[in-house]
Design a protein around this ligand. Structure first.
Ligand code: NI
Ligand code: MN
Length: 234
């Protein structure tokens, strides 16, 4: 399994069976992203909320690749109205892709307007995802969120993720200290920081976050990726 970082909160997970899952594809608008949109060719695109730094190039990529978009009911409705294929779901629900990979929607504490549309249409709630791979491993993608108790009692205790992708930028999401507490509550083996250093308002030193994680969450290892880098494991 590979987790490729495109910068900000954009990742592509390639599963053992080769399914390519792109998440929050903010690509062309991110000058830190080194990959041209045309080279991204996923099977599935997951969107956590309507903000343009997450919705990003989802529609263009879906158009080029025929990828299926997954989002909240409201985001899926918006995409279907533009003539593209989308599956809507909501918090607590699970959708199976090819009967091999499961996508579950979980809570996040954030907002979700489609801020790039003329009337800033409402995209439902902001959410996170649990991706359960063919081998049973679980990846928690938090999206944009503050720290909240269900990270411990629902996501940590019930879903039991192996890997967590957490925002650390502060201002619009939790900062490094709260994200280190989240890593502890989630009790994950690996944490990958995201949503930082894209622009000045979310400047953070990921090495300091890694120090906080080793202090607060013994047993959790921090993997810091630069845009373009990939983390791989079995
Ligand atoms: Ni946001
Ligand atoms: Mn954001």
């Amino acid at each position: 399994m590979d987790i490729k970082y495109y910068g900000h909160s954009a990742f592509q997970i390639t599963t053992q069976e080769g399914l390519k899952i792109l998440i929050d594809p903010f690509i062309s608008g991110n000058e830190k992203c080194l990959t041209p949109v045309e080279l991204i060719n996923p099977d599935v695109i997951l969107i956590t909320h309507g903000h343009s730094d997450h919705f990003g190039d989802a529609m263009e990529i879906a158009n080029n690749s025929s990828a299926l978009i997954i989002g909240t009911h409201e985001i899926a409705n918006f995409i279907q109205k533009q003539g593209l294929e989308a599956i809507g779901m909501n918090i607590g629900g699970t959708v199976s892709i090819n009967d091999l990979v499961n996508i579950s929607m979980v809570d996040a504490k954030h907002t979700s307007s489609l801020d790039f549309t003329e009337n800033a249409e409402v995209g439902g709630s902001a959410i996170g995802y649990i991706i359960t791979l063919e081998n049973g491993k679980k990846i928690y993608f938090a999206g944009d969120t503050g720290l909240f108790g269900d990270m411990k009692t629902v996501i940590g205790d019930i879903y039991k993720p192996d890997i967590a992708l957490l925002p650390i930028g502060d201002r619009f999401t939790m900062g490094p200290e709260d994200a280190a507490i989240a890593a502890k509550w989630l009790n994950v083996r690996i944490v990958i920081p995201m949503h930082y250093n894209t622009f000045d308002a979310i400047a953070q030193d990921p090495e300091l976050f890694a120090d906080m994680v080793s202090e607060k969450a013994a047993g959790t290892y921090t993997v810091i990726l630069d845009p373009g880098e990939t983390y791989s494991e079995e």
